[in-house]
Design a protein around this ligand. Sequence first.
Ligand code: NDP
Length: 234
Amino acid sequence: MGRSVLVTGGNRGIGLAIARGLADAGHQVAVTHRGSGAPDGLFGVQADVTDGEQIEAAFKQVEEHQGPVEVLVSNAGITDDTLLMRMNEESFTRVVDANLTGAYRVAKRASRSMLRAKWGRLVFISSVVGLSGGAGQVNYAASKAGLVGVARSVTRELGSRNITANVVSPGFIDTDMTGELSEQQREAALAQIPAGRYGRPEDIANMVRFLASDEAAYVNGAVLPVDGGLGMGH
Ligand code: NDP
């Protein structure tokens, strides 16, 4: 059965692959963008997840277009890497506001109609770094670890209403985000990946498609690594 889906940051990278994967599976998929416009064949709404009013307006547009959101994929995220000694508070707060508080904002808004429908899927895109930590990533790792607490608390609050909340933890995925790293950093990462290759956005999309499906009804509050073995052991 096709569901009404919203993917934040679904205009490019992992979010776009997730959106396309869910559309291919027969769902009605909307994506947020911050001015780039909607990708071909997908319904786009402009919203910055750091702005509650823009989120409210985006949800209203999606509701008018395809009905209340039944599957929310909170994917929008940023990095601003630097070592703790050099990380200023503005950087820490900005990354947490986009990656963690942004996820709280959209999940809260989506939960309203999910509760009414007594059905829902919340998927939070975290990172292997959320649990393993990463040098130069105090802000980012804190925001990504926080998503586990969000998903598991939501699971305890809403699990009995057929609403699941799960976390997907990608490893090193080839996108604009990792394209910014130096060749040395990319090679060092590759050496740590048992699968012997970087991940593709579609690797993440496949997991999200499963989590959004009826087959995943009994997967609650899980942290699912999709990382080629990079983070094994957490
Ligand atoms: P990209 O940098 O390629 O894309 C980031 C997406 O997030 C863009 O769509 C961007 O929109 C959107 N975005 C950023 N900030 C905001 C905001 N404030 N409001 C709304 N949208 C925003 O990243 P990836 O595709 O690689 O990453 C997607 C998610 O996966 C992120 O949460 C990231 O942390 C996570 N991840 C990525 C990994 C990787 O190796 N690539 C590994 C682990 C996790 P815009 O186009 O407007 O900038």
